[in-house]
Design a protein around this ligand. Structure first.
Ligand SMILES: [Zn+2]
Length: 311
């Protein structure tokens, strides 16, 4: 049918059509003709079909692989979204914690304000216009924590730099302030602070303290801690003790029968410094008690009103 040249290919001349004759025993022969392009076409179809099938098969494999990948991905997404929900819940918990801390800070700020007042510092009242007006969006956790940190830092700064030192000064001054009665027995103010009639003669005199009667020998207590600056005898106060408490405060106890401290000695609040007597310019056993503020005698009455010394 087809002839190929031995070595050098020659131009093959294809006939227009092939005739095939099939002889059949006892029957009429069967013949048909075909174009030489037909087998070529057949082959081409076969190849195409095969390729397509192969491609489709490969595609199916690819599709399966893809599907598997998609399944894996969707699983991952589900896991991630689960984790996200968890994170969101965590985040929510954190936000709630932050909000709670901010509320506690509010309470702490109120305390800080009270401390400022106690320390004698100016307290600025928050004005209504400081509050933001209108509705805002809910703050996220990051913002809440940033706000929290900023406020804590501001409060720390205020507490450390301003309130604590002022409070310290206030407390020290208060600790040095004479407080209560120099006696722990029932007594009364027999003679008050100010101008009074001279108990020893005619005319008026200025009484720079209070006279507190008590039995002879009754203990006399220091009304604040300090250093004994005078412990001795005076024509007016007889046996007397003067204590310097610092911060401009001094106290004097007069007409003692006996002194229990020495000059230069440090005494505590409530420490016994002497005993009631009637020495000096006195008409009977009592303690003359004076309070000095920056060298000037003041009415001891307000200082007496603060409970009994040392209690
Ligand atoms: Zn007196």
């Amino acid at each position: 049918m087809l002839a190929w040249g031995p070595i050098v290919p020659r131009r093959i001349k294809l006939p227009a059509r092939y005739q095939v004759l099939i002889t059949r025993t006892g029957r009429a022969p069967f013949s048909f003709s075909f174009s030489p392009l037909a087998p070529l076409f057949f082959l081409l179809t076969l190849v195409l079909w095969g390729g397509l099938t192969f491609y489709l098969l490969r595609s199916a494999e690819r599709a399966q692989a893809l599907e598997a990948e998609v399944r894996a991905l969707s699983h991952q997404v589900r896991e991630l979204s689960g984790a996200l929900v968890e994170k969101e819940q965590e985040n929510q918990a954190l936000a709630e914690k932050a909000a709670e801390m901010l509320e506690r800070l509010d309470a702490f700020e109120t305390e800080l304000k009270a401390l400022r007042k106690r320390a004698g510092l100016k307290v600025e009242e928050k004005k209504a216009q400081d509050e933001p007006l209108g509705a805002g969006r809910p703050a996220d956790t990051g913002e809440l924590f940033a706000a929290l940190e900023a406020r804590i830092q501001a409060m720390q700064k205020e507490l450390k730099g301003e309130v604590a030192p002022a409070l310290d000064r206030t407390l020290k001054r208060e600790a040095a302030t004479p407080r209560g009665w120099p006696l722990r027995v029932r007594s009364y103010i027999a003679s008050g602070f100010g101008v009074r009639k001279n108990p020893f003669g005619r005319g008026y005199e200025f009484h720079d303290g209070v006279d507190l009667p008590a039995w002879y020998g009754t203990r006399i207590y220091a009304t604040a801690p300090g250093r004994v600056v005078e412990a001795g005898w005076s024509r007016i106060f007889g046996r007397y003790v003067k204590i310097d408490h610092g911060y401009g405060y001094q106290t004097l106890y007069g007409h003692m029968s006996r002194i229990a401290v020495r000059r230069g000695q440090y005494v505590k609040r409530g420490q016994v410094i002497g005993y009631v007597g009637s020495t000096g310019r006195s008409t009977g056993p009592h303690v003359h008690y004076s309070v000095y503020v920056r060298g000037r005698a003041v009415d001891p009455r307000p200082y007496l009103s603060w409970r009994v010394a040392g209690r």
